[in-house]
Design a protein around this ligand. Structure first.
Ligand code: NCD
Length: 310
């Protein structure tokens, strides 16, 4: 039985490397089953609730389709900030107390760091963090690992550049910590104002993988096997002027990739704004749409493991 049974998924560093490897293997099985058009029904009778207090396209829809493709059902509050009892002042702990009466597993996205943990403390069902403010986004890290493994054939012996808003970008916080369990070289490519937070750097240090800094994107493209590009998180800035001061600083385009390291792949959690030019989209190394599609397989595996059907 899976060691993830009945567990909450809150942070990337809650997993051992062995657990991550099992999730990736199960995701591979899910991908094969879907590609073979198998009808999966292992989750019949189980309900997933998605509580989204912040915008989302991929995370919510891929969790919901993952549940549906396993034969389960979904309940969704898409604009929970205004349409749920949060608007009346209910705490996440109390929402957690209720949610277990309606569902077997819940996914939450919320602007506040620590929100998924608060919901989990109230809920008697497994809670999955779909992004808690500038904190973490552990399931994105899982699909990012899966993507790197499938695009490059391995997770060891790679140089991975994290580009853009490393301060507010929760996906890179989770991904860096997960990658640090493999033999990787991490590089941060960000303006000083958007540098990786100190607590993440400390964790990476403890894991023996302190990232190097590379200021120049052209240099990073020549040295890295993967460039993981992120959006400047406009909604996390105090004012427009501080956003304007850093926006558009790093743009990956076709020319950059063609002059980069042979086999370089470009990833992005999406949505992109202007940090990857559309002229890069048709390059073989443009992995970002394949990456998003991988979210379904990984989330199927995770749901099945947490609910004990795999
Ligand atoms: C990311 C997020 O919400 O953190 N999106 C996603 O889940 N794929 C990245 C972003 O919003 O920039």
């Amino acid at each position: 039985m899976s060691s993830l049974l009945n567990r909450d998924v809150i942070r990337a560093d809650q997993f051992t490397r062995e657990e991550l490897e099992i999730i990736l293997q199960n995701a591979g099985r899910m991908e094969n089953a879907l590609r073979a058009r198998e009808r999966l029904t292992t989750m019949a009778g189980q309900v997933l609730a998605t509580l989204f207090y912040e915008p989302s396209t991929r995370t919510r829809l891929s969790f919901e389709t993952a549940m549906l493709r396993l034969g389960g059902q979904t309940l969704s509050v898409a604009e929970a900030k205004t349409s749920s009892s949060a608007a009346k002042g209910e705490t996440l702990f109390d929402t957690g107390k209720m949610i277990e009466a309606y569902a077997d597993v819940a996914v939450i996205r919320h602007p506040q760091q620590g929100s998924a943990q608060e919901l989990a403390e109230g809920a008697g069902i497994p809670v999955i963090n779909g992004g808690d403010g500038t904190g973490e986004h552990p399931t994105q890290a899982l699909l990012d690992l899966y993507t790197i493994l499938h695009e490059k054939g391995r997770l060891d012996d790679l140089t991975i550049g994290l580009v853009g808003d490393l301060k507010h970008g929760r996906t890179v916080h989770s991904l860096a910590k997960a990658l640090a369990l493999w033999h990787v070289r991490l590089a941060c490519v960000a303006p000083e104002a958007l540098a990786m937070p100190g607590d993440v750097l400390r964790d990476l240090d403890l894991l023996g993988r302190p990232p190097q800094s590379i200021d120049n994107l052209t240099t990073a493209a020549r040295e890295c096997d993967v460039l993981y590009v992120t959006r400047i998180q406009k909604e996390r800035f105090a004012d427009q002027a501080s956003y304007d001061a850093v926006k558009g600083g790093y743009v990956v385009n076709r020319d950059l990739v063609e002059h980069g390291k042979p086999g370089l792949i470009i990833m992005h959690p999406l949505p992109r704004v202007d940090e990857i030019a559309t002229d890069a989209d048709t390059l073989p190394g443009a992995a970002y749409f394949r990456q998003a599609a991988n979210g379904v397989f990984v989330r199927m595996a995770l749901l099945a493991m947490v609910l004990g059907t795999v």
